[in-house]
Design a protein around this ligand. Sequence first.
Ligand code: AMP
Ligand code: GLY
Length: 421
Amino acid sequence: MRVLVIGSGGREHALVLALSADPEVTALSCAPGNAGTAALAEQAAVDLTDAPAIAELAAGWSADLVVIGPEVPLVAGAADAVRAAGIGCFGPSAAAARIESSKAFAKGIMADAGVPTARGELVDNPARLDAALAGFGPPWVVKDDRLAAGKGVVVTTDIDAARAHAMGLLDDGHPVLLESYLDGPEASLLCLVDGSCVVPLLPSQDFKRVGDGDSGPNTGGMGAYAPLPWAGPKLTDRIVEQIVAPATLELARRGAPFSGLLYAGLALTPVGPQVIEFNCRFGDPEAQSVLALLRTPLGVLLHAAATGTLAQQPPLQWTPGAAVTVVLAADGYPATPRTGDVLTGADGEGVLHAGTRRREDGEVVSAGGRVLSVVGTGADLTAAREQAYRRIAAVRLPGAHYRTDIGLRAARGEIVAPATR
Ligand code: AMP
Ligand code: GLY
């Protein structure tokens, strides 16, 4: 099976690494890829917003399966274009990807499917903002209704900060979603979905804020660990039953069946898991941790999802223990990351590249905000953390920063899942 992976982040490097270990995968290409994927796969240039170009590339390379990593090409219709060219595709149609690209669409799906989520109100008129804010908070949750790479959300107890963020979005012509605050530890559940059948992967937790102790602004994700030692054994089944399966059913009912990876971002509140957001693709950096523990060959699995045959697959096999992923970010990330710095020590085990590029002189340089991620595994979270942090200490990039507390509270037993009704 010839597999083409679309994207260039740490998630795509993790996908390429896992696919390269599947004996069924005979050829692997990554477009546009990065300096890390180049060591494992052929590389091709492609514009991620250009769906026809992605389908053309797949046809020209004789791909049997295209795996689309990021949301941008999915929302642009890349999966539709690939399937229309007669090629298997892991990734939802543009119609189904709206579950990520429009928070209002996602809210509608959840309302119709009876999926628990925060109460929300969409504001597109600045004159209505103050009245709407009065119906929420504190804390206030103010979201950009459009794709914002995880950076469009402000959660604050300061109403002036909430108003300022909302006004900024409205001034830019973006509708604003206000939400009730969901209190409880967060979890991500990534599920393979083939239109109807839902196969959950291990639950994980992402660290969205840039700084230790959840300080500073939101980012695309600064680290993740899997599984969740503090969650009970029934949590995954409950999330599938109450959240992912009903959402999948509702998408199909609306004529937009979801095929690919459906990501539920959740708050585990005292009244049960509630949806913070859905994503239409693997989480980054959750994928790095989850895929590090997956023993089932990935190519076969993604092909089954793409062809509607997940129900015929044997149960997933996992390496026991834990995985921890730590993201190394460029100076200035998330506001204005500096690029072009020379990176060294980034070819060790567990290092997954993201914003990196090999210069003509052979040096690898930073080329994005999240430069790379480093994965450690071990018998438990403490061991996995030790390996991840030992590995990241060997990487050198001027001005770079990373969080030192990924998985720390969980390793210490400080996270308690609320007793739920
Ligand atoms: P999102 O981009 O929707 O995933 O939001 C980014 C982060 O903001 C989430 O991971 C949460 O930490 C926080 N957040 C978003 N919505 C809520 C909410 N309704 N209640 C509490 N925290 C939220
Ligand atoms: N790590 C969160 C996301 O991929 O959206």
